[in-house]
Design a protein around this ligand. Structure first.
Ligand SMILES: [Zn+2]
Length: 262
């Protein structure tokens, strides 16, 4: 599946949810402390992450809700100017299964227009939370190149009878599942960096053996803490120490898969 000499592909991705991550419960929307946790993402997390990606010479993909692109245009511009891909992450980050087909399509179209207003082409989509029964149909209807949503493989694949490429992911290669903590929603122990690095490293080595795609899903408000950025820096160096690893954007990987998978 991969180009000559490549054993395993890696995409290091960021979901810039910011405040939209904290709207499940109306009490959270009106809580300045909870909302500030989201604001940390664009305010502090993104600049630290852009520095790290530049130092590691990595191009990444940022999935951005349309609402956040409207609220933080300078952050979006900084991401694009640094050479990274941006992609669609809905408008409001409302779980898609709570939207009608018309509402979901409206969010998809609206966000694509907002993001393309920054002068780039939008061809990828990652859902907030889970996809709905309409999501793949809508992505195909609107001619998306790739979806990064499903958990049913370790290698990219083409959806049957469709142009759409799936770049699969899993909670295990997320930061939110391990680190997230917040009022009322995610009350569990915050994992240590050592625990998460061990989980990610073991999974990376497994995916490397299977010649799969290691799709790392990160959130600037979560991974952007100082200690975790240091861990991510070391983890990227660990990945690079393997022969035959291709670290690319979702767009680059999806374009390659589209060429080689019938
Ligand atoms: Zn999200």
């Amino acid at each position: 599946m991969w180009p000559n000499g490549i054993r395993c592909a890696v995409c290091i991705t960021f979901d810039l949810d910011a405040e939209t991550a904290w709207q499940e419960d109306p009490r959270l929307v009106n809580n300045p402390g909870v909302q500030s946790q989201g604001r940390y993402g664009p305010k502090i997390g993104v600049p630290i992450i852009l520095d790290l990606l530049k130092r590691q010479a990595i191009e990444s993909t940022f999935f951005i809700p349309g609402k956040i692109a409207e609220d933080y245009p300078h952050t979006i511009k900084a991401i694009i100017d640094a050479g990274h891909e941006i992609a669609n992450h809905s408008y409001s980050h409302t779980p898609l299964y709570n939207l009608s087909l018309e509402e979901e399509e409206e969010e998809l179209v609206r966000t694509k227009a907002i993001l393309e207003g920054f002068g780039v082409r939008i061809v990828g989509f990652r859902s907030p939370w889970e996809v709905s029964e309409n999501t793949l149909f809508l992505l195909e209807k609107h001619k998306y190149l790739y979806s990064s949503n499903l958990m049913d493989d370790i290698r990219p694949y083409r959806h049957s009878d469709a142009e759409l490429i799936e770049l699969p992911l899993q909670w295990i290669t997320e930061d939110w599942a391990h680190f997230a903590y917040g009022q009322g929603l995610f009350i569990k122990k915050i994992a240590t960096n050592t625990e998460v690095r061990e989980i990610w490293s073991d999974e990376f080595e497994g995916i490397f053996e299977f010649s799969g795609l290691f799709n790392l899903v990160l959130h600037p408000q979560v991974i952007g803490r100082p200690s975790r950025i240091k861990m991510l820096d070391e983890f990227i160096s660990f990945i690079k120490a393997h022969d035959g690893v291709w670290i690319g954007t979702c767009l680059e990987i999806a374009e390659h898969v589209a060429r080689v998978v019938p």
